[in-house]
Design a protein around this ligand. Sequence first.
Ligand code: CTP
Length: 400
Amino acid sequence: MNQLADKKILIGVCGSIAAYKSATLARWFIKRGADVKIIMTTAAKDFITPLTLSTLTKHNVISDINEDDCWNSHVELGLWADLMLIAPLTATTLSKLASGNCDNMLTATYLSAKCPVWVAPAMDLDMWKHPATQRNIQTIQQDGVKIIFPSFGELASGLIGEGRLPEPEEIGEIISNSFSEKTDWLGKTVLITAGPTYEAIDPVRFIGNRSSGKMGIALSECLASKGAAVNLILGPTHLTPKNPLIKVIHVESAKEMFSKTKEICSHADVIILAAAVADFKPKHYTESKIKKSNANLNIELESTDDIAAYLGTNKRVNQILVGFALETDHELENAKKKLIAKNLDLIVLNSLRDAGAGFKYDTNKISIITKDNKELHFELKDKNEVAEDIVHSIESQLKL
Ligand code: CTP
């Protein structure tokens, strides 16, 4: 069945070089049966003409809040739409959405919209990374706006990084799927740590581990597909999630992972700690490469912060905390000890003694132990299926 047949989609276009993609996006929706109307900011007209968009959509394109047309009131438009999508969303319009500023037709309609609102930000990488932008993103996310996160690649400035508007087909698929999405996790925010951490010895060397981040990435994909807003704090790995709805925060060391986690943990309904955090780091970082002439090198190590223990101590009411335990012996006993010591609600145990389980495989064999001492033991499965099992157990804790 075509999920877009007879759907009314309102696209807001802002003044970004990526505005040219809005024509293809509008056409993508129209070809699948949707009725599309477009609002542009004044700045967007410098990048694509209203004539192009009105010809494609067969509707007037609205920009000026005082324009005289039968359907151009922001209230009417807000009520007309089944879904509003602002793509591309610039840093300026983002800041207006976050503060409730409605000095143009697009932002006034946003405030009036009763339907789900989606945004796809696009900007240069440093603008995207800026704390002000990230703060605004967090604010509108808490207001219930769904974010299609920018992709990585070459930007209009010639720089390479995060900030590109995903391709229209990709955005189209996400919006189309949202009409038939399972909504169990809609409105829930999840924080996941994944991957290894690297603890620098000198500019060249580090202490690390063999974690690939696969399990945490599979969990983030699974939860994003069920409608959760997922923040993934990911240690150094070449893998990355495919779904642009997942917000990926790249970190390197345990210290960075801890500080990013502390920054956003209070907003999370569920926190899953799948990262293999280094337990020790060199006490002193050596600024220059250590030469091998230093025979019998001894590196003094000190403990890193235990992120799980911190979160267990500072758990907010109704927050679900899920940990992992990778053990080589006395597996169940050790996992249960960790569950209690770190004040977890649920712990996922994998044993390095099980063939096909652990870091480097696409498969995993787990047991889940809950704080009320229930045990579930699973067969060896693909990590995506394992993610489903873990998510089901979390759902019963959340009573979804
Ligand atoms: N963990 C964490 N921060 C750390 C160490 C571990 O958040 N500094 C989390 C892991 O992500 C995992 C859980 O704590 O969810 C258990 O990690 P694990 O390495 O199995 O246990 P440790 O507490 O490090 O104990 P040990 O290494 O002695 O088994």
